[in-house]
Ligand binder design. Structure first.
Ligand code: SF4
Length: 324
């Protein structure tokens, strides 16, 4: 919780691989092509220079193609040239397996399905898969839904969120501590916004004061990114998912407005778009003492016993709760 309150921490250098992953996701979600400006608008948590560096790195790796439109505007598309066509010195079975894996895209494919589709024996298939892995044409990935399944995809692909579980999963496990931390940070950012507006409160115009206490998700993400609280790069979607939980918890209220009426600086397009704004609200009912008992979310609860190394008699959290 202390990390949530202290947002001014040392800035770390931007991870170029992380930007490239985000760029691939953005370009992949626009199969017809995407302009540079549209990419900037989607990746507001990175500087323009970082995005340009990431695009250049992906063009160099042949993962993206750049095209010029009739109005001379540059657009980007994924380089979908089949790896099977470029595979040299491989036998027909290897090509068949690679083709099946390629068709599965970034959702990957279970080795048993590859076996069923290719009709290659399990023993021979294992050999082919190992061979393709050694050539760095495919990779084995884990799924949060089935950690033991052997799932394969092309080496250069970024695994789909259905496999990784998204930003809130770490090593195939839901990272509840990390979620709590970012949740607390979002709440703190919104509280700081209200506090700063409170200081300059215009009593003659209460509506203007009320409206100024809202923040858009992109503004919250910007503050979070600049504070370097998060160990990974969070997307706007990640933050909005988290903010939604705060809304359901009754800690935050939200409203949807036209971008022309929002205090957001993220939208640069001409057409007004809908923007969701958030504002912290005081709880209507304070939680009861029983609801605040620390044991309910204690990570060492199973090791805690009367007279033990970890015990209620020596527990500082229990003391704090009893003295509340
Ligand atoms: S008494 Fe303290 S250590 Fe034991 S379960 Fe409760 S919070 Fe955890």
């Amino acid at each position: 919780m202390s990390a949530a309150a202290t947002l001014n921490v040392k800035k770390e250098p931007v991870d170029l691989m992380d930007i490239q992953d985000q760029l691939l996701k953005v370009v992949e979600s626009h199969p017809n092509s995407i302009t540079t400006q549209e990419i900037f608008d989607k990746l507001t948590s990175f500087s323009s220079q970082n995005v340009i560096d990431g695009l250049n790195a992906l063009l160099k790796k042949n993962k993206l193609q750049v095209r010029k439109k009739a109005n001379d505007e540059l657009v980007y598309v994924l380089n979908t040239t089949s790896v099977v066509n470029n595979l040299k010195g491989a036998d027909s079975e290897e090509k068949l397996v690679l083709q099946i894996i390629e068709e599965a895209g970034n959702k990957g494919i279970w080795n048993k399905i590859v076996h069923e589709k290719s009709k290659i024996t399990i023993k021979q298939l294992d050999k082919i898969l190992k061979n393709l892995e050694a050539k760095k044409l495919i990779k084995r990935v884990s799924s949060v839904a089935a950690a033991r399944k052997k799932i394969y995809m092309l080496y250069d692909l970024v695994p789909d969120i259905s496999l990784t579980g998204g930003s809130w999963y770490s090593e195939q496990r839901f990272d509840s501590e990390y979620v709590d931390l970012i949740n607390a940070c979002c709440l703190r950012i919104l509280q700081q916004k209200v506090e700063s507006c409170e200081a300059s409160k215009n009593l003659l115009d209460p509506m203007a004061y009320h409206n100024s206490t809202f923040m858009s998700s992109s503004e919250i993400l910007k503050v979070l990114t600049e504070s370097n609280v998060s160990k990974i790069t969070l997307s706007l979607n990640d933050i909005e998912t988290l903010l939604e939980t705060l809304v359901f918890d009754g800690k935050v209220q939200k409203r949807v407005v036209s971008s022309s009426g929002a205090n957001s600086s993220s939208s640069s397009s001409q057409q007004p778009q809908q923007v969701t704004l958030y504002r912290t609200i005081p709880p209507i009912i304070q939680p009861t003492g029983l609801m605040r008992v620390p044991c309910g979310h204690c990570p060492v609860m199973n090791d805690c016993e009367v007279g033990g190394v970890i015990s209620p008699e020596t527990c500082v959290y229990m003391d704090e709760w009893l003295n509340f």
